[in-house]
Design a protein around this ligand. Structure first.
Ligand code: PCA
Length: 189
């Protein structure tokens, strides 16, 4: 009986400890993390994804998949075939992407990487969450009851007007899926 009691005590201690670790790591990051929705080369499997999660430019945590609640034109433009979400809500498609929590360091890096505010501008948008990873809510951020989450995304109002005539996509891919022009990386990127 006493063996059982001490075994139980160990289990309880271990569980408390793992909870403590979870709470500690949440507290460390809470208040400094920002929701970002990515739809282009920063998604998993795409050419610039590494920055989101490898820690080299700051901390980023994958939260799940989503799509914009509003329609937008998503075009592939410029000599490098770069994806641009044109800030013209109501036109085009609901855009598929991924939701991340990023710390201030990574947010600042992303702003520079996306030439914000000159080429893209970071603006808030309502995202419909399709898949949510953080089921036990260790991140302290979760979609509202109707499955919505407001996230920043990089869209543009400073686009060239003729881009409005390009084909509109709903799910970007850099490698030419569904006839999309293939991404041409820049050496400096
Ligand atoms: N990077 C950002 C905006 C477009 C791009 O290629 C993203 O993935 O959301």
């Amino acid at each position: 009986m006493s063996a059982l009691r001490s075994a139980l005590a160990i289990v309880i201690r271990t569980q408390n400890y793992s909870w403590q670790k979870k709470i500690d790591s949440t507290l460390k990051t809470l208040g400094k993390m920002t929701n970002v929705f990515v739809y282009g080369t920063l998604k998993q499997g795409q050419p610039n994804h590494r920055y989101m999660t490898d820690g080299s430019k700051g901390k980023g945590k994958y939260c799940g998949k989503g799509c914009t609640d509003e329609k937008f034109p998503l075009v592939i433009a410029s000599e490098h075939n770069i994806p641009f979400l044109l800030n013209v809500p109501g036109s085009g498609h609901k855009i598929a992407g991924e939701i991340y929590l990023v710390d201030d360091q990574l947010l600042q890096f992303l702003d520079e990487f996306e030439s914000c505010p000159k080429i893209y501008q970071r603006s808030p948008a309502r995202i419909r969450v399709v898949e949510w990873e953080d089921k036990d809510n260790t991140l302290g951020v979760k979609p509202s009851g109707d499955g919505m989450l407001t996230c920043f995304l990089y869209s543009t109002t400073t686009y060239e007007r003729e881009w409005l005539k390009l084909p509109y996509y709903n799910n970007y891919d850099a490698f030419g899926v569904q006839g999309q022009p293939k991404y041409i990386p820049r050496e400096s990127r």
